[in-house]
Ligand binder design. Sequence first.
Ligand code: URA
Length: 457
Amino acid sequence: MIPQEIIRKKRDGAELTGAEIKWFVDAMAREAIGAGKVAAFAMAVFFRGMTRPERVALTLAMAHSGQVLDWKGLSLPGPAVDKHSTGGVGDKVSLILAPIVAACGGFVPMISGRGLGHTGGTLDKLDAIPGYRSVPDIALFQRTVRDVGCAIIGQTADLAPADRRFYAIRDVTGTVESIDLITASILSKKLAAGLDALVMDVKFGNGAFMHALKDARALARSIVDVANDAGLRTSALLTDMNQVLGLTAGNALEVAECVEALVDPGRGEARLMAVTRALAAEMLTLTGLAATPAQAAAKVETALASGAAAERFARMVTALGGPADFVERWQRYLPPSPVQRPAVPARPGIVAAVETRAVGLAVLALGGGRKGREDQIDPRVGLTQVAGIGETVGADRPLAVVHAADEASAAAAIAALNEAYTIADRSAATDAAAGAAIVRERIGQSKRRPRHQAGAP
Ligand code: URA
């Protein structure tokens, strides 16, 4: 095949065949075609879009461009199930959720990413735990999933290598924001992880990748349909990211919040726990580990209240090289930042709105995130006691407590938080904003028969 003919066909809005897509992806993975052609292909898809069968073909071709994990060979006594979030500020759900699902009989091989830009990455949070091997070899990963029920690790070079090259080129050619390409990118990695089922947490709001609910819904619909067509049982929840999730943002600080929530779930911040419970229950019903949503919710409660989820987390940390007493003595292992200052608001009142992306960028500026892939992270820095929408703030209740490496960066973060927060007088509008449900919608498999589905007459 001739790559420029495939690019030209897509440029003109025609539908590519599965064979053309597979050929292009294989050539891309082998680096048999240059970055210019890959970028032109991405831009053609960006403007012309892909049909559902094209997206399925792209996803499957990228998934099979490297190693595909096989959990069947380990004879796990339960389903291999994962959750994937499109990312947000303070999104620490995975650290609480994976052990809950493990305690309920699921096996969670969770392959997570590092943070880039304003969103944090699960892997950076776990790297705050001394000794934790976030990129173990596949044998240790599989052993931990089998023995503990969950393992959260980073992406290995062997999984979906075509996506790694494609994403790197999209990242520098203005072609990331395509629902077709995002769908294939996320799902190729999940299919390569050999899962039985997947639950997506698609976030919307000013701290999310997709700001508008309707765009998040379209992404969720695409992911759910393509995943199910590709043989991966998948559903999605649309969750609100118009404020920081939980009370902390910053790597070690978020780990501490999760350990406290696992050990004493009653103290977990309400929105964080609501999202975590909903996603965990969805994973249990999707896999048949619970027969009904009510039964799933009850199992999740038992896993939390009995301490079983906390115990799974402790075992996961130990199995992957972290301290054996981490859950009991996390304070010993997560050193505090040298400077801690309250971000007192310029005026007292009610939090009416938060520019969440700006809060994420403030954490990044403190050293808690990276501007480029090679940047080092300071795990100690970030925010605690982050005020939520509807809360009263003033001299006695800051917008957050800033944890910084030095006074200058603390002062900059305090100024950034004051810019990011809108403080108002109490009104019906602030009450309504505070009461908005965090889990907004569920997107299940569509009943509609896809056009030209593979094998369809
Ligand atoms: N996350 C991914 O893994 N891929 C994308 O294309 C966008 C977000």
